[in-house]
Each structure stands twice: as structure tokens, then as C-alpha cells.
Design a protein around this ligand. Structure first.
Ligand SMILES: [Zn+2]
Length: 80
């Protein structure tokens, strides 16, 4: 999967509507690609999965872990 494909799938992923194989592919890419990881975090904020220090809504476990780790390193929730 390349960055373009991951971008196309991120919304579906955030909504936890991908199947297990797609989820693995997306997560593997995001682990390796800081650019797509950043997009995922931005998307998590955009769809209100992030409520300051709290994660809300459904969403894959991996996504929650990514967002939580970002919250730990970015406690102010700065958006550039
Ligand atoms: Zn990428």
C-alpha cells in the first residue's frame, strides 16, 4: 500500500469499517510512514475522536494507541 492508497482508506479506517486485512495493511504503513501517521492524527482530531485528553468513539485499537501516544507527547493538543 502506498501513501495515496492509505489516504483513500483513512476515513474508513477511522470509522472502524475496514476488514481485518485492510486494517493490517494500513497499520503496517502507518508504523513505517510518519507522514501518514500525522494525517491519521489530524483525521482523528477532525472527526472528534479526540476530546482533549480523552479518546472518544469507536475506532481500531491501533488508532487509539497512536492517538494516545501523540497525546502523551503533545499534551497541549497544538494544531501547528
Ligand atoms: Zn505514507
Amino acid at each position: 500500500m502506498d501513501c495515496q492508497q492509505v489516504r483513500d482508506w483513512l476515513h474508513t479506517y477511522v470509522d472502524a469499517r475496514v476488514d481485518a486485512a485492510q486494517e493490517r495493511e494500513i497499520e503496517r504503513h502507518i508504523r513505517a510512514c510518519s507522514f501518514c501517521r500525522k494525517r491519521l492524527v489530524e483525521l482523528g482530531r477532525a472527526v472528534n475522536l479526540l476530546d482533549d485528553q480523552r479518546l472518544i468513539g469507536p475506532g481500531p485499537d491501533f488508532l487509539r494507541r497512536v492517538l494516545q501516544s501523540v497525546l502523551r507527547t503533545d499534551p497541549a493538543g497544538a494544531q501547528d
